[in-house]
Write a protein that binds this ligand. Structure first.
Ligand SMILES: Nc1nc2c(ncn2[C@@H]2O[C@H](COP(=O)(O)OP(=O)(O)OP(=O)(O)O)[C@@H](O)[C@H]2O)c(=O)[nH]1
Ligand SMILES: [Mg+2]
Length: 337
């Protein structure tokens, strides 16, 4: 897809092309005819360049109605599908109007009685076109963002067993994904680092497993969740065959064990039917009291120290076991068509 130009760039490009218009005349051609032909060529070139660009821009966006519900939901969360659709509609309309204005300007040019009037007709066309393109500025920016987001949509393979990691922000999801899979998401000492859905792959004895890193989610109602949290929920809903719920038992991410437990209960309830595995991460930092409290709340779970790599072999073992038990017979749910 070509890069998206700003309104000013579209106008400048079209007008520059128009100024370059060369019309060959013999010396015998009267000045008036020359002026009309030259201005007519400029109008037509500017019109063609502008409408051509706007129409190509609209055409470069795949039909939003045909995309898979997961991708549609991701775009909905990130920018609003209805907004993008009306932006596309308005850009097409601006192109149609510029085309009509071009035709009207050519008619006006034919009636021009002197070179000044011919130049005035051309300038009027340029002025009208500029304001139409400038008027579409916001819509062009929306489409630019849409194309960026579409380019960045994670490539999910429906035929591959998929585990989605979930948990509070800063519990170590990205650390685990980066240690175990081909994906290398950003890891930072503060929560809310991951803001998008990241897909990696793990080669296991039984083939490839898709592993999905998600933004951290807080224990709060859906309506209060921010965009990043909604993306995580969407990935859990559409992509997961297995969910790995990661708990930071050291509470060093700033969230208590009991809020993490509330979130787990919510995830369990919302995504009932998926195999859900719970892991205690940051075991290296946890005090014996924290471990005790965690076990009282969550029951006994496998412990990991992701940064050290401890317990990751058990994580993989559980994962393979779940794939074997839950997905060996039936192929994974075909979430992305
Ligand atoms: N000591 C210790 N630190 C860990 C462990 N796992 C992760 N961390 C650290 O915890 C911080 C957060 O880790 P991330 O992997 O970015 O956490 P996340 O769950 O992806 O966070 P969000 O993307 O914000 O949801 C980083 O500084 C990690 O180095 C662990 O087992 N032990
Ligand atoms: Mg992360």
């Amino acid at each position: 897809m070509p890069t998206v130009l700003t309104a000013e760039e579209i106008i400048n490009h079209a007008f520059n092309e128009a100024t370059k218009a060369e019309v060959e005349f013999s010396d015998k051609v009267p000045t008036m005819i020359k002026a009309k032909k030259r201005e007519g060529a400029r109008i037509m070139i500017a019109e063609k360049e502008t409408t051509g660009y706007l129409e190509a821009l609209v055409k470069s966006v795949p039909t939003l109605d045909d995309i898979h519900p997961f991708y549609r939901e991701m775009l909905e969360i990130q920018l609003g599908v209805a907004k993008a659709k009306s932006a596309l509609g308005r850009i097409s309309r601006a192109a149609r109007i510029i085309h009509e204005v071009g035709k009207a300007s050519i008619r006006q040019l034919k009636g021009a009685r002197n070179p000044t009037a011919a130049a005035t007709a051309r300038r009027a066309f340029m002025g009208r076109t500029s304001s139409l393109v400038r008027g579409a500025e916001e819509d062009i920016a929306t489409i630019s963002l849409l194309r960026e987001k579409m380019k960045d949509l994670p490539a999910a393979d429906p035929s591959v067993p998929t585990i989605v990691l979930a948990g509070y922000p800063g519990v170590g999801k990205s650390t685990i994904v980066s240690k175990l899979s081909s994906a290398k998401p950003m890891v930072r000492p503060y929560p809310f680092t991951t803001q998008e859905i990241i897909i990696g792959h793990i080669k296991s004895g039984r083939g490839v497993i898709q592993v999905v890193d998600t933004p951290g989610i807080l224990d709060r109602p859906l309506a209060e969740r921010n965009k990043a949290e909604l993306l995580a929920i969407s990935a859990l809903g559409y992509l997961s065959n297995i969910i790995a719920f990661i708990v930071d038992i050291s509470e060093s991410n700033g969230f208590s064990l009991s809020s993490q437990k509330h979130l787990l209960d919510d995830v369990k309830q919302t995504f009932a039917g998926r195999d859900l595995l719970t892991f205690f991460n940051k075991a290296d930092l946890a005090t014996p009291q924290q471990l005790e409290e965690a076990e009282a709340l969550f029951g006994k779970c496998d412990r990991i120290s992701a940064t050290k790599g401890d317990g990751l072999d058990i994580f993989l073992e559980r994962l393979n076991q779940s794939v074997k038990e839950n997905l060996q017979e039936d192929p994974p749910r075909r979430t992305i068509a």
